[in-house]
Design a protein. Structure first.
Length: 323
């Protein structure tokens, strides 16, 4: 669960944005953070992605998605009138976008469907949800996504032609609301975007051939202060992780440059690892990613934490390279 990175703007303040949880999709677990700002929407840099505005650009993106290992960030805008907010989920404190059965994008050229069937939503409190509803009538919804983020690019699009409605199965990266003046009202980012921005190609891993690196653990719990020493044993056993997990995955067609984000669940009192699961993977091989999570669990060692929460969640990024 990510905390909101900024308070809502004034006038028509959205109120403080507390951290909110997003539903776990059937295929992949996604976590989201909400950024509540009034800023030029164009000033996003790499976080914005390549805009798709017509059938030609959509077709080009879909053709490029079939290239193994290619992960480009795209965005589509959903014009006012082509979308609306749905219900507010009080249990998860999230304002849903009505995307049933899909979102009409590019003025009807395509129907957008999240590949993981997850909800398109903004994790905000009730007051912020009310303010967003007021601004929706004059705002554009913008969706950032990848095509084939986990290696299934060839199945990301169903193209029927410029005169028909095409189907776009996008891997959600972010969703945002932009007002009539082009200012960004609110934005929710998913872990796919973070993994893409944290390109494993930027991580220097010495050596040649299949190899790996383990980043320092992180936690969203302010009472927990993870240390790199907690993964020291796992780092010492990297050769085994590569041999047992990455090399077999490569033989099955896995990516030569990938990240596996592992979510560790620890006992809040003792620090013992209770579970390790794949939060996000760009490896393109489910078996290999699960193997990485299992190896990390076996090599992880934290001291007694003595925190009140019965469970503590940590996040560790494992980088895999074969270049």
């Amino acid at each position: 669960m990510y905390a909101c990175s900024a308070p809502a703007p004034a006038p028509r303040s959205l109120g403080p944005c507390g951290g909110r949880r997003v539903a776990r999709a059937a295929v992949i677990a996604l976590l989201v953070s909400v950024i509540c700002v009034d800023a030029p929407a164009a000033a996003q840099g790499p976080r914005g992605g390549r805009p798709l505005g017509d059938y030609a650009s959509l077709r080009e993106a879909c053709e490029a998605a079939s290239e193994v290992g290619r992960r480009e960030l795209y965005q589509v805008s959903v014009a006012t009138g082509d979308w609306r907010f749905g219900t507010y989920d009080e249990g998860r404190e999230a304002l849903l976008v009505d995307a049933r059965p899909s979102l009409r994008v590019l003025s009807g050229v395509a129907a957008f469907l999240p590949s993981g069937l997850e909800e398109i939503e903004f994790p905000v409190d009730v007051a912020a949800a009310s303010a967003l509803r007021e601004r929706a009538a004059a705002s554009t919804l913008r969706v950032g996504f990848f095509l084939g983020f986990d290696g299934a690019g060839a199945q990301a699009c169903l193209m029927r032609g410029a005169a028909s409605q095409n189907l776009l199965r996008g891997d959600l990266a972010y969703v945002e609301l932009v007002d009539a003046e082009g200012a960004l009202v609110v934005r929710a980012e998913y872990d796919r975007l973070r993994a893409w921005l944290d390109d494993p190609g930027r991580v220097v891993v010495a050596g040649e051939g299949p190899r790996a690196d383990i980043g320092d653990p992180s936690s969203r719990d302010a009472s927990v202060h993870p240390e790199g020493a907690w993964v020291a044993r796992a780092r010492a056993q990297l050769a085994g992780l590569v041999e047992r997990c990455y090399v077999p995955a490569l033989s099955r067609g896995a990516s030569s440059r990938a990240s596996v984000i592992v979510r560790l669940t620890l006992n809040g009192e003792t620090g013992a690892v209770r579970d390790a699961e794949v939060e996000l993977s760009t490896l393109g091989d489910t078996e290999g990613a699960r193997c990485v999570a299992s190896e990390l669990r076996a090599g992880f060692a934290a001291p007694a934490l003595h925190v009140r929460a019965p469970r503590v969640h940590l996040r560790v990024v494992v980088t895999l390279l074969n270049e």
